[in-house]
Design a protein around this ligand. Structure first.
Ligand code: HAM
Length: 415
């Protein structure tokens, strides 16, 4: 019988990789704490309507990429394709807006999108999702972007490309929408089928199309920044001025519209130039109408999500190994095995990294395992040693070996 394999696009994170993830996550958590963010856990499964309303019915994610099913013929449920809608649902459901004027949250976990798997694109992937709710000030936009750049530097990444844009507010966007439709009318039949449909449903999505012919046509199309109102222009100028205070380099990219419908005003992406098609490591932006659209009060918000797999692929050459055991216990004979089992687990309960092999194989085989584990010391226990209340301690680096009373073992292996 063939062994069962993982589902296409779903990836195992093996122990060494998981250890590296944990280390990077730790650094990121440190930065988030410095900027006063608190963690929130939200479910992986939500009602489908949350994402349809939140992300937008006519986005690629909602149209083609969600894992949606009927829960035993009842509610339509969806594995979350992103975290923003879920975090906002929780914020509204628990009236978190009553706790203070600005709420700063982050959430780390898996997301699910049924995209075509390729390098850097998975059907289950992980995001570090960050949201600030309750502030419309441009300083908040700049604070988030500044934190992101700092966060990347903290994990050891410098040469990133930061693109920013303003998508304006619904008022400035309606004028732009018409201009874009007018511009595209003459070339309508040259657009791909998807874009022809998008032009009536959601014209902005045309900027997202990967089709070469559409991309060429869109090159000369009008862009939103030419249409934004005075309020949105002032807001974006302030964001840029705050970034300039920290001499942060950024590209103004008027064609960046992002793939989700909820964005207003500032949007941003961090890309890695040599990473090919899947080169966005972070995407984010402001979504001032979303909390209201999801049934909450009219409160502004902004956030971003880092793609963890993509971030880790940039750091793969800097991987450290997990720390080896401090001690390996090799025991010969049933009496020594029983004493070793007790000692091994006693030391673990005291917080010392210890490993042993319960199979009762030969000393040679156990010493091989000790060597492979990378342990700093090996304690050899036989029946005679147990009777004498001692063991042979071997320093695996110098190969020196000496007898130690078991009660003073801890001081010999102390780090
Ligand atoms: P997004 O741009 O759809 O934004 O995703 C953010 C990041 O998740 C991407 O830049 C990428 O690194 C990673 N990502 C997305 N899809 C995949 C995939 N199939 N495989 C691997 N990595 C992937 C959002 O999800 C928004 N919720 C971000 C946000 C938060 N905006 C405001 N707040």
């Amino acid at each position: 019988m063939n062994a069962i394999t993982a589902v296409k696009g779903f990836k195992d994170i093996l122990p060494e990789e998981a250890y590296h993830w944990q280390q990077v996550e730790q650094l990121i958590r440190g930065v988030l704490a410095d900027f006063c963010f608190k963690e929130i856990h939200v479910p992986i499964l939500e009602k489908t309507e949350l994402f349809a309303k939140g992300i937008g019915d006519t986005t690629d994610i909602v149209e083609k990429e969600m894992y949606t099913f009927r829960d035993r013929g009842e509610d339509s449920l969806t594995l979350r394709p992103e975290a923003t809608a879920s975090v906002l649902r929780a914020y509204i459901e628990h009236s978190m807006f009553n706790q203070g004027s600005v709420t700063k949250l982050f959430s780390i976990g898996p997301m699910f999108r049924r995209e075509r798997p390729q390098k850097g694109r998975y059907r289950q992937f992980h995001q570090i999702d960050v949201e600030v709710l309750g502030s419309e000030e441009p300083q908040t936009d700049a604070e988030l972007i500044l934190m992101l750049v700092h966060l990347f530097r903290t994990v050891g990444l410098e040469n990133l490309s930061l693109d920013i844009n303003s998508l304006g507010c619904p008022a400035c966007r309606s004028g732009f929408r018409q201009k874009l439709i007018d511009f595209m009318q003459d070339t309508l039949t040259s657009l791909c089928e998807d874009c022809q449909r998008r032009l009536t449903n959601n014209p902005l999505r045309v900027f997202d199309c990967k089709n070469d012919a559409c991309r060429r046509l869109i090159q000369d199309a009008p862009t939103i920044p030419d249409f934004i109102c005075d309020g949105c222009r002032w807001h974006f100028d302030e964001v840029k001025a705050c970034l300039d205070m920290f001499a942060l380099p950024y590209n103004l990219n008027p064609r960046m519209v992002r793939g989700l419908d909820y964005y207003t005003r500032t949007t941003f992406e961090i890309t890695i130039p040599h990473m090919g098609a899947q080169n966005a490591v972070v995407g984010g932006g402001r979504y001032d109408g979303l909390i209201r659209d999801l049934g909450g009060p009219d409160i502004p918000g902004i956030g971003f999500a880092i793609g963890f797999e993509r971030l880790m692929s940039l750091l793969h050459d800097r991987q450290d190994d997990p720390p080896p055991p401090v001690l390996f216990i090799a025991a010969l004979g049933s009496e020594a095995q029983a004493a070793a089992f007790k000692l091994c687990n006693q030391l673990r309960l005291e917080g010392i990294r210890v490993e042993m092999d319960y199979s009762g194989k030969s000393l040679k085989s156990q010493m091989k395992k000790a060597d492979k584990s990378g342990s700093l010391y090996t304690l050899i226990l036989g029946e005679r040693e147990i009777q004498a209340g001692e063991g042979e301690l071997r320093d695996m680096r110098s190969s020196k070996q000496w007898a130690v009373p078991l009660e003073s073992l801890r001081s010999h292996i102390a780090q």
